[in-house]
Design a protein around this ligand. Structure first.
Ligand code: PLP
Length: 377
């Protein structure tokens, strides 16, 4: 099997699982317990927190471990807006993950928030001027994703964040897809809060983190025993935190990024050349290294996906989070792609260990799968 659905979940890395193992066995204690087993778990958690903080360029006290990207996004958006003294206005974009958009909708419905959803261009990019013009005196938060899960487009987060920072408006970025590929330093990006998720990086599902600057007030979303400095109650997933720290340290090197980007571009060119009518979605160059997404008019994305699976290639017909729904992707619609074309979307995502042969074989099988679907009419 050639696995090309890394943006849904990456395979857990051996080094990550090995680093986690002691905390699932001998050091299994509750980090809040005042005995030896608990204290060794607490030490493991503290060490993981320092390592995650180092990867994100923040202080350990500014890392909140969560159950994943969805929870990190919920905590950032609800937590910052509910604690804000500026007002209840939020600026976001039409191509955010549902974890962001639905958190905004919740605040609109139950907490009188007002949400400005910015459009994107045909490549999936937000216009910095439009972004700056949307900011208001009562804006409590601007949240713009770093890289899009469906089309791989990378936003100019630093430029957008600079405009918000000038007005003292906190900025959150969903870096779930960017993590492992792009620089994550909050200072470099100029953001106040950033979400990541372990299972996109080679750690298991069920662990993520929100890095949030201590200057930003944060109302907890989950209440209970006061763990994570009362910002996220619940017994900590110590092994998961250790796994997340290890996965972040194993992130792609600049050489991995360069190699994967070159392979991606070769793959995209091959697909465009060999599959009649293939359309690349997202930005041609400002995109994630291991991300290639297309529409194949005259097919259905789901049929192409099934055809490829029968040929030993696993990919996605859109975002896994929207799987099961027949609706065309709202991300593609926001980019101006007509619904009947949006329904033909297929996404290929891979890590730095992908080989040129695997991508060449995928392009050839894709050509055959698209032709087979079209011949059925
Ligand atoms: N944000 C983005 C951009 C994603 O791609 C995903 C998952 O696909 C999430 C958030 C949600 O992360 P998790 O699956 O860890 O809840």
């Amino acid at each position: 099997m050639i696995y090309l659905d890394q943006a849904a979940t990456a395979a857990p890395r051996r080094e990550v699982l090995e680093a986690m193992w002691p905390y699932l066995t001998g050091d299994f204690g509750n980090p809040s317990s005042h005995h030896g087993v608990g204290e060794s778990a607490a030490r493991g958690l503290a060490d993981a927190r320092s390592r995650v903080a180092a990867a994100l360029g923040v202080r350990p006290s500014e890392v909140v471990f969560t159950s994943g990207g969805t929870e990190a996004d919920n905590l950032a958006i609800k937590g910052i807006v509910l604690a804000s003294s500026r007002g209840r206005h939020i600026v976001t974009t039409a191509i955010e993950h549902p974890a962001v958009l639905e958190s905004c909708v919740y605040l609109e419905r139950f907490h009188a928030a007002e949400v400005t959803i910015l459009p994107v261009d045909s490549m999936g990019r937000v216009d910095p001027e439009r972004f700056a013009a949307a900011l208001r005196d009562d804006t409590a938060l601007a949240t713009v994703m770093y890289a899009n899960n469906e089309v791989g487009t990378v936003q100019p987060v630093d430029e957008l964040a600079a405009a918000a920072r000038e007005r003292g408006i906190p900025v959150h970025t969903d870096a779930v897809q960017a993590a492992g590929w792009l620089p994550l330093s909050l200072d470099l990006l100029g953001v106040d809060a950033l979400s990541i998720s372990g299972h996109k990086l080679g750690a298991p599902k069920g662990i993520g983190a929100l890095a949030v600057r201590s200057r930003v007030a944060l109302e907890p979303v989950i209440h209970g025993g006061g763990q994570e400095r009362s910002r996220r109650s619940g017994t900590e997933n110590v092994a998961g935190a250790v796994g997340l720290a290890t996965a972040l340290e194993l992130a792609a090197t600049p050489a991995d990024v360069a190699r994967t980007t070159a392979l991606r571009d070769e793959f995209i060119a091959r697909v465009i050349d060999t599959v009649p009518g293939a359309i690349l979605t997202g930005h041609a160059s400002e995109r994630l290294p291991g991300h290639a997404s297309f529409c194949f008019p005259g097919t259905s994305g789901e049929s192409v996906l099934l055809g490829l699976e029968a040929r030993g290639i696993t990919c996605s017909s859109g975002s896994a989070c929207a799987a099961g729904s027949d609706e065309p992707s709202t991300v593609l619609l926001a980019m101006g792609i007509p619904p009947e074309v949006a329904q033909t979307a297929v996404r290929f995502t891979f890590g730095p260990d992908i080989t040129p042969d695997e991508l060449a074989r995928t392009a050839e099988e894709l050509r055959l799968a698209v032709a087979a679907v079209r011949s059925l009419g």
